[in-house]
Design a protein around this ligand. Structure first.
Ligand SMILES: Cc1ncc(COP(=O)(O)O)c(C=O)c1O
Length: 357
């Protein structure tokens, strides 16, 4: 196999993905640490105390010997926080999505997914072996017209907050349509958890990651007790992998406690409001978003990389999202806001973007 030929082609097409050591000197506007909990002293202290109590690793999968008191406590706290009967931890959100699909493999006849769903939902669909059917982004009419053509048991999967556009799914409308054909609804709320109050229709499946607003790592699926019990029996990415480090569970319990106070979220909301006010003043081409994700369209892979590099040279790290991750012509800077940013940093970023454009 000629790997170097493929690598060269990627470089020529500006699609080569660089693995760079994170540069702490630049102001970070690209991480998903929306609430600034990743470096929160109380979360760090909790992580250390978890390591002191449990050691560094879980040592085994959940069903063998890896499910510690910290895992149990976190699952109960997440079920309580989301208002669901039970929750089940997974090592990552990517695995959780594959985990849900892998458990439902023999139960489903069809799956419909929003066109802009995250890669992990799409990959999970491919792995389950069902044909991937997609409906126009956030278009309830398009979803409805596809549902009526299906027969048997179905699943509708959607991001809660879309990872590249920052807009939100109309979960209530989706659940209402799904109910008419007894379809299951799977909501991936990776970017909404901790930022927005959870909006989980009855008897639906909710997945969220802990590596974003919670500032730690891992993911969970929450829902009705019988579904979660079924998941623990049938989900291969749950069964055949080492459980999350217990110290991460102790840290996440602290994150959850901090999320519940609302203080970090107030800071984030103030930054979102400030950013929205400024980008309108500066007339930047940002897609409308009320979440922490602010997409700024700069068509062309080469152009978007160039602007991101100019910003980095000025001390601001912003993600450059190229096609095919997003549609050709809609390449973008993905600016992520966090509770940890100051208004001054946001103002400086916007000024630098204006200059760079
Ligand atoms: C919508 C969405 N779902 C799932 C994932 C995967 O989560 P994790 O990073 O925990 O694997 C991500 C991002 O990474 C995401 O943006």
């Amino acid at each position: 196999m000629n790997f170097s030929k493929t690598l060269k082609e990627l470089e020529q097409n500006h699609l080569y993905r660089q693995i760079k050591v994170a540069d702490d000197r630049a102001v970070d506007f690209c991480s998903n640490d929306y609430l600034g909990l990743k470096n929160h002293p109380q979360v760090i202290a909790a992580f250390k105390s978890g390591a002191d109590k449990y050691g560094v690793g879980a040592g085994a999968s959940h069903l063998i010997n890896g499910h510690t008191g910290a895992h149990q406590e976190l699952e109960e706290a997440l079920a309580d926080y989301t208002g669901q009967q039970k929750a089940l931890l997974f090592s990552t959100g990517y695995m959780a999505n594959i985990g849900v699909f892998s458990a439902l493999k023999s139960e489903l006849d069809w799956v419909l997914q929003d066109k802009l769903n995250h890669a992990s939902l799409i990959d999970a669909n491919h792995l389950i072996g069902l044909p991937l059917q997609r409906y126009l982004h956030n278009n309830i009419g398009a979803l409805e017209s596809k549902i009526v053509k299906q027969t048997g048991q179905g699943l509708i999967a959607t991001d809660g907050v879309f990872s590249m556009d920052g807009d939100r799914a109309d979960i209530v409308a989706i659940a209402t349509i799904a109910a008419k054909s007894s379809a299951l609804v799977l909501q991936d709320d990776a970017h909404g958890f901790g930022v927005f109050a959870s909006n989980i229709p009855q008897h639906s499946i909710y997945m969220a990651t802990l590596g974003k607003a919670a500032g730690t790592m891992g993911a969970f699926v929450a829902g009705d007790a019988d579904f979660i019990d079924f998941l623990a029996q049938k989900s291969r990415p749950y069964i055949y992998t080492t459980a999350l480090a217990p110290a991460l569970c102790v840290a996440t319990l602290k994150s959850l406690e901090l999320i519940k106070t609302g203080a970090q979220n107030d800071k984030l909301q103030s930054n979102i409001d400030f950013f929205q006010k400024l980008y309108k003043e500066f007339e930047l081409p940002i897609l409308s978003s009320n979440s922490a994700i602010m997409p700024l369209i700069i068509a062309g892979n080469q152009r978007v990389i160039k602007v991101a590099q100019t910003l980095l040279d000025k001390g601001f790290k912003v993600g450059a999202i190229r096609s095919p991750t997003v549609a050709t012509g809609s390449e973008r800077l993905r600016i992520t806001l966090s509770a940890k940013h100051t208004h001054k940093q946001i103002q400086q970023l916007i000024e630098q973007i204006k200059n760079a454009l």
